[in-house]
Ligand binder design. Structure first.
Ligand code: K7E
Ligand code: CUA
Length: 622
């Protein structure tokens, strides 16, 4: 979102000031929680100790590269799951497996999380996310809440648009936010229109192998692709994404990318693209199957839309897609059926880069302009198909009917919501009940922590007239979130024994240290409340190596008891990792520093946790 703040900053400052002075603070949370009619707001969000929330909320951590898990309605933060950034609490990015997965990067910018779906409903199996900062995609499994795979997406720079999955998780589409030359090689910006491309990747996930894979890519025009959504039901084979900078400006985008009155929504049929790839209608480029629309025709269309749109959201019935204005004050409702009709009749008004443009009037159903509502960004839905759109500039949520365009309700939020998220809001059957506004600016809502203020999430009861009933300051940055019914997620209690894992050690007497030249492999055990690295040694909890040795510590937690997690850190070696119950994890490093280094368990695991220590001794070579 940062990109358009400069343009709106004058406006925004004015609006924020106006909102602060004129906001109806009787609507604000403090007053509401304290008052209450039949059932007070405080009671509605209160989940007594021992009882659990009805929903999980998975919230994007933005440039923290992490995912935050909350309970709804309590809004209690339950867990932080590191995805694209190192995390010393869990050792993510330090242990061998996660370090390799991260591909040399130490941070990421996580924007849009998406659950795996079956028949258009969240199935509670996986969560996907993309990294705008370093162009990666990740898959997290919901049995262990850990990341299983990360891939680098070549030719795509900043897959901001994603992740949005198709109805049965066949694909997620990762269009690029920044156009770059294919292969990211050097090309002068004077050749932008000819040499730069906005590549979209079709990514699949193999649930058996738990691996992400790029099926094919499409070399779209050098525009910025902003948000996307997959079709549902009758539109399930299709997907849509918004574009801006169709002006192809290469500098000063805040002005130059807002010149044209219209940008486009890219509408594509992924079944058709899949077929084209199967028939060999692509070029092999940088090891990828690349469809060039100017050459490989079919499956992709442009729909004109009011300039610089941001969000695009498909209605739960799959009949419409709604684009939000950002710079224009309107939401535009388009009809899939009309679009299919226009495609069939070749009802085109021209083309760009070989992609046919459908006639706006032929596809558009209505433009919706709620009075004084400004800066519409993203839309969510309830169980009756009603739409809830965030208004960034006028700081409110507007509820409206996509079938009539009628405004039904509105509620101020504090302040400047980017996305909002509804309970099961991206499925074919949203739950209603709850909507959470993900606010970019909390202003003076909480205790001050200095010049930078936190973002906030506000829980809105949407069962009747919309009412903000809880406000929480949150870690940066709540870009987007997903709310899933709690009973859909089935976590495991311990990692099951894996007799095929050659790195695992389950029996104490098997713990050993094996030297192979200057490689040292430790097959060790962590258990309440000791380490065993070498069962036969005089001091089984000591590792001794020579300076310069390459050391592999394969550590298995043999406490097959829920919640008995051990940590493993070597003092001054900048290393820490976690082994959850039953898990085996590996640390790989070079013992370049000679000396005596205590090692210890970093996760409080028993009354004798402080005793869970040992030594890492590195004999100097000279
Ligand atoms: Cu800022 Cu979805 Cu990354 Cu809109 S995004 S707000
Ligand atoms: Cu093991 Cu603390």
């Amino acid at each position: 979102m940062k990109k358009w703040v400069p343009i709106a900053s004058g406006l925004l400052a004015g609006f924020v000031a106006a909102t602060i002075s004129f906001a109806d603070f009787s609507q604000s949370t403090n007053t509401q929680v304290a008052s209450g009619s039949t059932k007070s707001n405080a009671e509605k969000v209160y989940v007594p100790f021992g009882e659990k929330d009805d929903y999980y909320l998975f919230a994007s951590g933005g440039h923290s590269g992490q995912m935050f898990i909350y309970g709804v309605p309590s809004m209690r933060h339950i867990r932080t799951v590191p995805v694209f950034s190192q995390d010393s609490a869990t050792g993510y990015g330090f242990d061998e497996h996660s370090k390799k997965m991260m591909g040399g990067y130490t941070w990421g910018d996580l924007h849009h999380p998406a659950f795996s779906e079956t028949k258009g409903d969240y199935d509670g199996k996986y969560m996907f996310a993309t990294d705008v900062g370093n162009s990666r995609a990740a898959a997290m499994d919901l049995e262990t809440f850990t990341v299983k795979d990360i891939i680098n997406v070549p030719n795509t720079s900043g897959p901001h648009c994603a992740a949005f999955v198709t109805e049965n998780t066949e694909y997620m589409f990762l269009p690029t936010r920044f156009a770059v030359p294919i292969g990211s090689e050097y090309k002068s910006l004077d050749e932008y229109s000819d040499q730069y491309r906005g590549v979209m990747s079709a990514v699949t996930f193999d649930q058996n192998k738990e691996k992400l894979n790029i099926a094919y890519q499409v070399a779209l025009p050098p525009w910025s692709y902003d948000l996307s959504d997959a079709g549902k039901k009758s539109s399930a084979d299709w997907a849509v994404m918004t574009t801006y900078n169709t002006e192809e400006a290469t500098t000063n985008l805040e002005i130059n990318a807002s010149q044209a009155d219209r940008d486009y929504i890219v509408l594509f049929n992924w079944k058709e693209l899949e077929k084209m790839v199967a028939e060999g209608q692509y070029d092999e480029v940088t090891g990828q199957k690349m469809i060039f629309p100017e050459k490989h025709k079919g499956g992709i269309y442009l729909v004109p839309v009011a300039k610089s749109p941001h969000g695009v959201d498909v209605t739960p019935d799959g009949k419409h897609f709604i684009a939000s204005g950002k710079l224009a004050p309107s939401m535009t409702v388009f009809s899939f059926e009309k679009a299919f009709e226009a495609v069939k009749n070749q009802d085109f008004s021209g083309e760009r880069n070989g992609i046919p443009i459908l006639k706006y009037e032929s596809v558009m159903e209505r433009e919706v302009n709620p009075e004084n509502a400004l800066g519409p960004l993203h839309t969510q839905f309830d169980d009756k198909g009603m739409a809830y759109t965030t208004m960034f500039i006028s700081s409110e949520i507007v509820k409206w009917d996509p079938k009539t365009g009628e405004t039904l309700d509105r509620v101020p939020v504090q302040y400047s919501p980017g996305h909002s998220v509804a309970a099961e809001g991206d499925t074919v059957s949203p739950d209603g009940k709850w909507l959470i506004a993900l606010n970019k600016i909390a202003k003076d809502s909480y205790l001050s922590v200095g010049p930078s203020h936190p973002e906030s999430m506000q829980l809105i009861d949407i069962s009747g007239k919309m009412k903000v009933i809880q406000s929480s300051p949150v870690n940066p940055e709540p870009h987007y979130a997903q709310i899933i019914k709690a009973d859909k997620i089935k976590t495991i209690e311990v990692y099951p024994k894996d007799e095929n894992n050659k790195l695992a050690t389950y029996k104490q007497e098997d713990a050993k240290i094996v030297r192979n030249g200057n490689e040292v492999h430790v097959y060790g055990i962590a258990m309440r409340s000791k380490f065993i690295f070498d069962a036969k040694a005089k001091r089984p909890d000591v590792i001794e190596v020579n300076q310069g040795d390459k050391v592999f510590i394969h550590l298995t937690n043999t406490d097959f008891d829920e919640d008995i997690t051990h940590g493993f850190a070597i003092n001054s070696y900048n290393l820490n990792m976690e082994v959850q119950p039953g898990q085996t994890n590996t640390l790989e490093f070079t013992a370049d520093k000679a000396g005596t280094f205590p090692l210890y368990c970093t996760n409080f695991c028993s009354a004798l946790h402080q005793e869970m220590t040992g030594y890492f001794l590195v004999k100097p070579t000279k």
